[in-house]
Design a protein around this ligand. Structure first.
Ligand code: NAD
Length: 503
């Protein structure tokens, strides 16, 4: 198989290389504080998860740098809050255009450090541009309301930006998860300290460089790259000037942030883990449902919070649907994300591979059957030394197995059969998670009853990707609180002020 070497680096990125031997160790500046690109206390390596090769470095920051970023965000807040909404909106529109213009090079940066196929990276970059555009439009609609005159005079409800925000994002969608926060926060008039995952800092650097050059004033958007997320977050949380945290990542870390926020009542948005069920009703179109399920399951090698993990199929079509899914799964090409034709890239690291392997081994030991895959993928090309796992379909799965409880986050689909719709819904809902769920079928009344009963924040009906800027995104239960996107998204960055007037 042909393997491309990811060569693109963030615009203006001062260090890096295309392989372990060519890493430039000169000081690098991936921190953006008050409009200046700075280096930190040290550096850390960034690797290509497909090969294990070091592809670049980022500045490591500690408490001093992160508090300097909060100084900058706090100082810039008053002016940004007072900036006319037309100006804020047009800056965000320009930022969206700038991202579109750089889509190909940004996609290469993402694939190099995250591993996902280039087409998926490009799609994510374009979604990030759409999110900026939607936020630019929503900025102009963030109105309060007036209240009918009472005896003493008129009243109104004002909305105002919350203040400086810490935006913490994960590695699996390293562009769109971060941009979604930045876009809505800036639209509302908040300033931001962005903190991307240390596995994927370079795409954050590249995107933030691109959009700040589109005219975002100094201090309004700051960037901290660090290997000590707990330490820098704790320092910021001790400072009352930080008014909001918007977190996307694991449920474990999100719940820890909620606890650490303690009695402060600082605004906190949490977008956390998921374990998405899909219910296939007896009248579903088998080929279309199979294509959608395979697309949802194996995008980003299954490392998606909304990937179909648990598939509940009516017993009447289980055999035909599983056959179609297996046929489509076996047609997927595994490889380096930058190689032409790759459908499934590597997992992010060995820990992710160990988790997937443990889930499959546990399921098989308890009676599940591997219909396709079921093992580590070992390519002939020895340069692909990363953490690859074969796209896998398991049948005869039951609730005693780890895979039924734990978020999968890998290319493994667990299939269960059911007899009654209510049984499928009950099993789908029997999870600590409530992020995304899917229903496949044709009878509108049955579809409606099913999505109505599902305890999830996002539902795809015959739709494997129910995410767009116009829709609020977020979960119930331990999948999170508050929403990103839609009109609800900007509310997460606004305070409400009641004003009663007497003349
Ligand atoms: P993670 O929780 O390990 O890390 C997420 C972010 O939090 C990173 O930036 C990390 O550096 C930071 N972090 C880690 N420990 C921290 C701490 N103690 N204090 C403050 N910040 C800390 O998650 P991950 O492995 O990067 O991402 C995968 C997880 O994210 C999965 O569980 C996935 O379901 C979830 N996710 C959710 C959504 C959603 O919208 N609900 C979207 C994408 C990913």
């Amino acid at each position: 198989m042909h393997v491309q070497t990811p060569a693109a680096r963030p615009a203006g990125f001062e260090a890096g290389g295309s392989g372990a031997d060519s890493v430039d160790r000169t000081p690098i500046a991936t921190l953006l504080i008050g409009g200046n690109w700075r280096s930190g206390t040290g550096t850390f390596d960034v690797t290509d998860p497909a090969t294990g090769a070091v592809i670049g470095q980022a500045s490591d920051s500690g408490v001093v740098e992160v508090l300097a970023a909060l100084d900058a965000a706090s100082t810039a807040f008053a002016d940004w809050k007072a900036t006319p909404v037309e100006t804020r909106s047009s800056i965000l529109h320009r930022a969206a255009d700038a991202i579109r213009a750089e889509a190909d090079s940004l996609a290469s940066v993402m694939t190099a450090e995250n591993g996902k196929p280039l087409a998926e990276s490009r799609g994510e970059i374009l979604n990030s541009a759409r999110m900026l555009e939607w936020s630019a439009q929503e900025a102009r609609r963030a109105c309060g309301r007036t209240v009918p005159n009472a005896a003493q005079g008129p009243s109104m409800v004002l909305t105002q930006p919350v203040g400086p925000v810490l935006a913490i994002s994960p590695w699996n969608f390293p562009a769109s998860m971060l941009v979604r926060k930045i876009a809505m926060a800036l639209a509302a008039g908040c300033t931001v300290i962005a903190k991307p995952a240390d596995l994927t800092p370079l795409i954050a650097v590249a995107i933030i460089r691109t959009i700040t050059e589109a005219g975002i004033p100094a201090g309004v958007l700051n960037l901290i790259t660090t290997t000590d997320p707990a330490g820098v977050t704790a320092a910021l949380m001790d400072d009352p000037r930080l008014r909001k945290i918007s977190f996307t990542g694991s449920t474990r870390v999100g719940l820890g942030l909620a606890e650490a926020n303690g009695s402060r009542l600082r605004r906190l948005s949490l977008e956390m883990g998921g374990h998405s069920p899909a219910i296939v009703l007896p009248d579903a179109e088998i080929e279309a449902a199979a294509s959608a399920i395979v697309a949802s399951k194996f995008a980003n090698a299954g490392q998606s919070c909304i990937a179909v993990n648990r598939l509940y199929v009516h017993e009447d079509l289980a055999s035909d649907l599983v056959d179609a899914i297996v046929r489509k799964t076996e047609a997927l090409t595994v490889g380096h994300g930058a190689a032409e034709g790759t459908d499934v890239g590597p997992l992010i690291n060995d820990a992710a591979l160990a988790k997937v392997t443990a889930q499959v081994d546990d399921a098989v030991s308890k009676g599940a059957r591997v219909v396709t895959g079921g093992a580590v993928w070992t390519p002939a090309d020895k340069s692909l030394a990363g953490a690859f796992y074969q796209p896998t379909v398991l049948v005869d799965v039951d609730e005693t197995m780890l895979i039924s409880r734990e978020e999968t986050f890998g290319p493994v689909l667990a299939v269960y059969t059911y007899t009654d719709r209510s049984e499928a819904v009950a099993k789908a809902n029997d999870s600590e998670y409530g992020l995304a769920a899917y229903v496949f079928g044709r009878d509108v009344a049955e579809l409606w009853k099913t999505f109505d009963d599902l305890e999830f924040g996002v539902i795809g009906v015959n739709d494997p990707f129910p995410v767009r800027p116009e829709l609020p995104f977020g979960g119930l239960k331990n999948s999170g609180q508050e929403r990103e996107g839609g009109s609800e998204g900007i509310e997460a960055y606004l305070e409400t002020k009641a004003v009663s007037l007497r003349f």
